[in-house]
Unconditional design. Structure first.
Length: 431
């Protein structure tokens, strides 16, 4: 009963602060302080200080500002325009046309960053201005970026898969391979939705550029060479083991600066503008991460995630119903906690439950990551929603609304994984 009262009180405080216009990061920290102060015996002050310091000083997190800076540098060159010139002839024949570049860009960059926020920020910086300039629907621009950006959590290298693999004592390499086909399947579903929307709303899609022959398309694809070289250098440095994700991000920044200089777009003013732009965006993200880390600690002390997981385990459900309940549980809890914290706080209870039900932990890891992905675009604490809000100035409710179809597609993907588990297990079984 105490946990239920605490849950209701925390939700009320969260909604009051958000509706009052308080910054999201400060709201999360405020809710966490309230929970620690009134529902635990732990002193809130020093817990907040240590948690925020630990979150802000994380070495793994340093990849995020570097990738954001890379996006800011590229935004100030004609590289994004060139990317569109290279891709446009190939996607113009598809209904929805250049909206597919959001899906393609997020899928490619997800294999570089391993972070949903970095994918959203970097691809958004490059694509949003170009699509707006060409007259595409604002709702579709934002939606087709917010949904596919979640692929940063699934397509390897993925930080959240590493956390799950350590928690479940599974091979990280097999988990990485298990995430490839589901990630590509989600990308196809996202592009499929864009096609369906475009067929239903043809008047909202700008006219295609002039039709080109295959030879002309190949010639136009030369504009992709700088982008391909940059991304290839980052991906190759990670997969060859030469660099960590953070070091690869530094390679990406260096490559972006070189490309910018080669295009004579790198001036002292543009360098300062890119640095300040990246600093502003990352500070917003870092404040939210710090608040989320403190809120995670607060919830852990109150015992909410563990209590809910133990309650699910006590229901003695069939494997199919257990997956449904766990899916709903993780989507709901993901609305208030970040994905890594969700796994850390619940895995010790949930893992024995799924093993007892005969569910493959490898398959469950991919299922879990996709449910966590859905939380990236669901209010009140959908992280991609906040990143898009900072980039577009739109209300969270509006952004959540235009991202809603992609939430439905991720739920559909979960159903497909249950019906066809080979989508997850095929590649790991061939290793």
């Amino acid at each position: 009963m105490n946990e239920i009262f605490a849950s209701v009180a925390l939700i009320v405080v969260l909604l009051v602060l958000l509706s009052g216009g308080v910054w999201v990061g400060l709201t999360l920290a405020g809710v966490a302080w309230f929970g620690m102060e009134f529902f635990t015996a732990r002193a809130a002050g020093d817990a907040m200080a240590m948690t925020i310091w630990g979150s802000a000083s994380s070495w793994t997190l340093t990849a995020l500002p570097l990738f954001v800076w890379m996006g800011e540098i590229l935004y100030r060159t004609n590289l994004s325009e060139n990317m569109f010139r290279g891709l446009a002839p190939w996607v113009n024949a598809l209904p929805g046309r250049l909206l597919h570049t959001n899906v393609i860009g997020c899928t490619i960059f997800a294999s570089v960053s391993g972070s949903s926020a970095a994918t959203c920020a970097t691809v958004g910086k490059m694509n949003i201005p170009e699509l707006q300039k060409r007259g595409y629907s604002e709702a579709q621009i934002i939606g087709s970026l917010g949904g596919p950006a979640t692929l940063g959590l699934l397509i390897p290298p993925s930080i959240i898969l590493i956390v799950y693999g350590v928690s479940a004592e599974l091979s990280i390499s097999k988990l990485f391979m298990a995430g490839v086909l589901p990630g590509l399947m989600l990308a196809v579903l996202f592009s499929g939705w864009i096609i369906v929307w475009a067929l239903l709303n043809p008047e909202k899609v700008p006219k295609a550029d002039a039709t080109l022959t295959f030879k002309q398309k190949v010639y136009e694809a030369r504009h992709l060479i700088p982008v391909v070289l940059l991304i290839s250098s980052v991906v190759a440095s990670i997969y060859s083991g030469i660099a960590t994700a953070t070091e690869a991000a530094a390679i990406g920044v260096t490559g972006a600066l070189i490309l910018s200089a080669s295009q004579k777009a790198l001036t002292w003013d543009s360098f300062k503008a890119s640095l300040f732009g990246a600093t502003r965006l990352y500070c917003m993200i870092a404040l939210i991460l710090a608040g989320a880390a403190f809120m995670t600690l607060s919830m852990g002390y109150i015992g909410l995630p563990r209590q809910l997981a133990e309650y699910v385990g006590s229901l003695n459900l069939s494997p199919a119903m257990l997956i449904v309940v766990l899916g709903i549980f993780y989507i709901l809890i993901g609305c208030f906690l970040d994905g890594i914290s969700t796994i850390v706080l619940t895995m010790s209870v949930v893992l024995p439950i799924i093993q007892a039900a005969g569910i493959d932990p490898l398959w469950f890891g991919i299922f879990l990551v996709i449910t966590v992905e859905t939380a990236q675009i669901t209010p009140p604490v959908g992280f991609n929603l906040f990143v898009l809000q900072s980039m577009t100035g739109k209300q969270i409710t509006y952004i959540a609304k235009v991202c809603a179809p992609y939430f439905g597609l991720m739920v559909l993907a979960l159903v497909m994984l249950w019906l066809f588990p080979e989508i997850v297990t095929a590649l790991p079984n061939k290793m």
